[in-house]
Design a protein around this ligand. Sequence first.
Ligand SMILES: [Zn+2]
Ligand SMILES: [Zn+2]
Length: 262
Amino acid sequence: MKLYGDYHTHCHRSDGRQNEEEIINAARKRGLKEVAITDHGPLAAVIGVKDADEYLRLRDKLNIIAADYPDIEVLLGAEANIRDLQGTLDLPIEIIAELDILIAGLHPYTLPTSIKDGWALFAQNSLRHLGRGQQEKAINNNTKAIVETAYNNPQLDILSHPGLFFTVDIAEVARACVVNDVLFEINCAHEYPDISAIIEANRVGVDFIINSDAHFQETVGNLDYGVKLVEKLEIAPEQVANWHQGGGHKQWRKKKTNCIYS
Ligand SMILES: [Zn+2]
Ligand SMILES: [Zn+2]
């Protein structure tokens, strides 16, 4: 299966080890028609952008250099961090409105919106090895946070690496993706989710997207892990948003302009 674009990469503005032009050139070398630069939201320690305005600075930069790369569409995105059980993201609505693509995921060391949520989500998750009861609590909380994220953020396009770092109930997460038109990511950098989770999500009927999550130019557009799995499982190409014949991000993006955030 050939893919149209890679919609999840990081540059040095968050924790990537590459600049914008290195990402663009690496994607061109792979023959992709589109690439998105999707740095981590600001409220995860170490990995996040310095502040939310960094996306506006990147937008300006991309506008300037776009003319140098007429053969590829370069998109501005973000991988926002989920902060609590209600699915609050670490990006203000004004910044989200400027993005072409919104990805969200759970990441360790994210600043929660309250101590209670910090305990329920991030601390509970680190207690999961203490036994079955604690583990079940962590799975319930992680699943709730992701499900609420899908319901409460109408502009969300992609859920990144579902279940990575934070174990979830895949079927419930997949159902929330289907209902809210959110793409279920197969993440090639982390080789996550694994085949059993992909089988389960497929059974629920999600649409997938295969992304590199590249932090280095060598791995931009390296989508082999996902391609091999969807081929092996005989998932219909129409169920993979970035399938080459799918026509690119204009065909699957959400970008609702009039949504209300509480
Ligand atoms: Zn991530
Ligand atoms: Zn990422």
